[in-house]
Ligand binder design. Structure first.
Ligand code: NI
Length: 184
């Protein structure tokens, strides 16, 4: 069990491009993935990318079910090494996101409506899926980490960026608030 500290927004590594993993089953990668699981479960995040624990390698985890995020039900728990995204429907849908590296804050982020994604598991098996809605949002958020982007860099309207408790209070007072989802 190894819970690693999470780098927070401002750390240069979070704005760097991560390296393609050469040997998918090297001891370093196996250890990295174990640490990512331990860390994301401990912090009750819905997903995590390797750079968030200080390792600039193209590895992501998502679809983690925790008591804090119950709406990940339709997103399969997935480890992806060297993931790639192809946009199938470039319509942008706004949704509320958060991030372990941006603690306490949430913001409305436009994401593509439908994507195809692929990558590899630890055994070198290729994973290929199509995703839309919340599932597509989670994958785009985590893959962004590998290219040095945090969700605020994808935002266009900073009036919809703020602290979690304040946004929740606002949501309750806005009857016509759009449907919102959260990503960690
Ligand atoms: Ni994140």
């Amino acid at each position: 069990m190894s819970i690693r500290p999470i780098l927070r927004m401002g750390s240069p590594l979070l704005n760097s491009v991560s390296a393609v993993v050469g040997d998918l089953s090297s001891p370093e990668i196996i250890q990295l993935i174990e640490d990512m699981w331990d860390t994301v479960l401990h912090l009750q995040g819905a997903g995590i990318a390797a750079p968030q624990i200080g390792c600039a390698q193209r590895v992501i985890l998502f679809g983690v079910t925790t008591p804090r995020y119950k709406n990940v039900g339709d997103v399969p728990a997935t480890l992806l090494i060297n993931p790639k995204i192809t946009v199938l429907d470039a319509t942008e849908i706004a949704g509320l996101e958060g991030c372990l590296s941006v603690p306490g804050l949430r913001g409305m982020v436009p994401r593509f409506a439908q994507i195809h994604y692929s990558g590899y598991d630890l055994e070198g098996r290729r994973i290929e899926r199509e995703a839309s809605g919340f599932h597509a949002r989670v994958v785009q958020h985590e893959c962004d980490h590998l290219d040095g982007f945090l969700f605020p860099q994808r935002m266009r309207d900073f009036s919809q960026f703020g602290f979690e408790d304040q946004l929740e209070a606002r949501e309750l007072s806005e009857k016509s608030a759009p449907a919102k989802v959260s990503v960690e």
